[in-house]
Design a protein around this ligand. Structure first.
Ligand code: DX5
Ligand code: ZN
Length: 218
């Protein structure tokens, strides 16, 4: 499985998101993680589809879009039009998960599903053969700068084992409080995509390169 370090733009400069985006590209990263919050599913607001659309022409990075929305089905079309390449929706809110996944896939995008730290991993199981990414949140979503919840890696291990047994191809992503100190335990559990906000934007270019190298991205 390929290994990816995906900086979270939420930790960038909200007065100049374009430069925080190009910083990541100049560092040699391949992905950028974009957090969308609605003030309902999570107790915070971030930015919207217009922000994603305006950032799109300025970057070749792969747009990994994380929708922390109570009703994502209402916003799928604007995020598709905005140039997202992978859209991840949460399984906790009550809506038609399957038809929402179908709309993302039918638009030619990659699909992802996400669960919060205390949500059982088997909620993913009905969808494993059809999705491109499973996101296991390692913090309760809504804010950057929180502490990494290591117990979530038990769910990652289960998911990774099932992926091997059933020959699935989805990537496993962790998000929330991730830093260089967590790389080895995450790799051992089966993580492929490492989202990093605070630990990435607060580090030097050399530290970022070492972080990526330790994951096996470069
Ligand atoms: C939190 C978001 C994360 C967050 C990561 O709800 O989904 O992507 O921005 O930032 P850090 O690495 O600072 O926890
Ligand atoms: Zn996120």
């Amino acid at each position: 499985m390929k290994k990816i370090l995906a900086p979270s733009l939420l930790a960038g400069d909200h007065g100049n998101l374009g430069s925080s985006l190009s910083e990541v590209e100049q560092d040699g990263r391949q992905w950028i993680h974009l957090d969308l919050m609605d003030g309902h599913f999570v107790p915070n607001l971030s930015f919207g589809p217009q922000t994603v659309a305006d950032l799109r022409p300025h970057s070749e990075l792969f747009f990994d879009v994380h929708l922390m929305l109570e009703r994502p089905a209402l916003y799928i079309d604007p995020f598709i039009k905005a140039g997202s390449e992978l859209i991840t929706i949460h399984l906790e809110p009550e809506y038609d998960h399957q038809s929402t996944l179908n709309r993302i896939r039918d638009a030619g995008l990659k699909t992802g599903l996400a669960i919060n730290p205390d949500t059982p991993v088997d909620l993913f199981y009905p969808y494993l053969s059809q999705i491109d990414l499973c996101l296991c949140m390692t913090v309760n979503p809504g804010f950057g700068g929180q502490s990494f919840k290591g117990y979530v890696l038990d769910k990652v291990k289960e998911l990774s084992k099932r992926r091997g047994e059933e020959n699935h191809s989805f990537l496993i992503e962790v998000d929330g409080g991730v830093g260089p100190q967590h790389v080895q335990s995450c790799l051992d559990a089966g993580v492929d995509v490492f989202v990093a906000g605070t630990s990435y934007y607060k580090s030097s270019t050399v530290e970022r390169a070492n972080f990526a190298r330790s994951i096996g991205e470069i």
